[in-house]
Design a protein around this ligand. Structure first.
Ligand code: AHR
Ligand code: AHR
Length: 485
């Protein structure tokens, strides 16, 4: 059985089932998600390898070879057509043209399920999916349940990495107009014990960990790499439950179960029934997180039903896999990074003060320039499976992105710095073949690119001038060689 077969047996069927990693019904063999590639803007639907099975990641890998791919649609497996697509602007505009949110990279969140590769949905700030015309979702004070499997190590304090029920207008229409899973370490509203991240419920104008709108010490900080988050709500009753998604004990821990928050506007609820992923109800786009699978139900699922779903998730055996490909970069080595675009094959990534650029460098260049174009490879400061580049002439300073420009800056030790300084090497996208492309860990649609001889993190066809699709693949491909200094 799949999670939605279990919810149906419990009398609380799924009205939406979203996953890029696997079928959530044992008989489901339709499309799980759609990807669009940068080379020709064509799309491909990805289904499971067999009915009820894991997504056919190999089909995606073939289709996306030597180009970039975005996740354009996360299909609803329930038969109700409650698909998630690129979120439109709401009270807050998204970063794409016409105020739409960004789409997720198709390769930002690789995992394995029972040893088979699949891809989750890596949400960077600015990324969001939504459906404002859902069939069968809870409205007003009606009962519903939901769960999601998330990456417990990918989060931030921005508003709001959510999956669940939200406003149909993409605007904040008042307390109680949402009921969604929230995951992160935002403390503007509620919090749990420790420093987070926490599972909370986004009920609009508040992230709630319990009845007290400020804090529930029974809501723990989460450290599991794969985390099952569950929220459910009915008339003056709601619950927060969670577990390590790989734990085979077959139960969720209840962090809260009881009355609605003790502030006005949440009893009764005024749910509107849209579904959001990665954003707040009003299209707040500050948050990050990773989503693998999730469902919305009608009716208030029993704890026993949710525990059976957790056992099913554990049996799917989510596990980590490598984020890198292509030529290996050895940690501790000193390297140079040569551009491969035909304009620029004598230019190397270098820096002038805080600015990252490309410069023509040879072994007979002045010592200062040779140092400026040489980088020490370090284990990724934000994710050790990727890399960071430490400046040879300014030890302790690293290449990072800021507002999508590359800079060399001193490591201030913050989580933001460490993530912004982390890049995942992959087989070069360039037309010549070979080389490496460096994906920004936190923005996997974006790669280190030289554009007008300046360093940026660029997406293949975005709103910035440096996102131009012209020469994109070559501009993001570098040959890693010996350092000059
Ligand atoms: O409730 C927290 C957030 O507040 C909601 O997601 C958003 O709509 C509002 O800004
Ligand atoms: O470069 C994009 C973002 O810009 C970085 O993650 C952040 O540090 C800055 O706001």
């Amino acid at each position: 059985a799949g999670p939605c077969d279990i919810y149906a047996s419990g009398g609380t069927p799924c009205i939406a089932a979203h996953s890029t990693t696997r079928a959530l019904y044992s008989s489901f063999s339709g499309s799980l998600y759609q990807v669009k590639r940068g080379s020709d803007n064509t799309t491909l639907n990805i289904g499971p390898l067999s009915a009820g099975g894991v997504a056919n990641a190999g089909a995606q890998d073939s289709f996306c070879a030597s180009t970039t791919c975005l996740i354009t649609i996360i299909y609803d497996q329930s038969g109700r057509n409650n698909h998630l697509t690129q979120a439109p602007g709401g009270a807050f505009r998204g970063p794409e043209a016409n105020g739409y949110d960004n789409l997720a990279s198709a390769i930002g969140a690789p995992v394995t399920l029972n040893g088979q590769k699949a891809y989750g949905v890596f949400v960077s700030p600015g990324t969001g999916y939504r459906n404002n015309a859902v069939s069968g979702s809870a409205k007003g004070d009606q009962a519903e349940g939901m769960y999601a499997v998330l990456d417990g190590t990918h989060y931030n304090g921005g508003c709001c990495f959510d999956y669940g029920n939200a406003e149909t207008s993409s605007t904040d229409t008042g307390n109680g107009h949402m009921e969604a899973i929230y995951f992160g370490d935002n403390t503007v509203w509620g919090s749990g014990s420790g420093s987070g991240p926490w599972l909370m419920a986004d009920l609009e104008n508040g992230l709630f960990s319990g009845a007290n709108p400020k804090n529930n010490p029974a809501d723990p900080s989460i450290s599991a790499r794969f985390f099952t988050a569950a929220v459910k709500g009915t008339a003056n009753l709601w619950a927060l439950r969670g577990a390590d998604a790989t734990s085979t004990g077959g139960s969720l821990t209840t962090y809260y179960s009881g009355a609605r928050p003790s502030v006005s506007g949440y009893n009764p609820m005024s749910k509107e029934g849209a579904i959001i992923l990665g954003i707040g109800g009003d299209n707040s786009i500050g948050a990050q997180g990773t989503f693998y699978e999730g469902v919305m139900t009608t009716g208030y699922p029993s704890d026993a039903t949710e525990n059976a779903v957790q056992a099913n998730i554990a049996a799917a055996r989510y596990a980590v896999t490598s984020l890198v490909s292509g030529p290996a970069l050895s940690i501790g080595s000193k390297v140079s990074l040569r551009a491969t675009t035909s304009c620029c094959t004598t230019r190397y990534i270098a820096h002038s003060g805080g600015t990252v650029n490309t410069q023509v460098v040879t072994s007979s260049s002045a010592a200062a320039l040779r140092q400026q174009a040489t980088w020490t490879v370090r284990a990724g400061l934000g994710y050790s499976g990727c890399v960071s580049f430490e400046s040879v002439d300014t030890p302790g300073s690293f290449i990072r992105h800021y507002n999508f420009d590359l800079q060399v800056a001193a490591n201030d030790g913050s989580k933001q710095f460490r993530e912004d300084a982390t890049f995942c090497p992959q087989t070069g996208l360039g037309s010549a073949g070979g080389g490496s492309s460096f994906r920004a860990w936190g923005y996997p649609t974006r790669y280190i690119r030289h554009y007008n001889n300046l360093g940026e993190i660029a997406s293949n066809g975005g709103v910035h001038v440096f996102d131009s699709p012209s020469l994109f693949n070559d501009d993001v491909t570098f040959v890693v060689g010996a350092g000059f200094a």
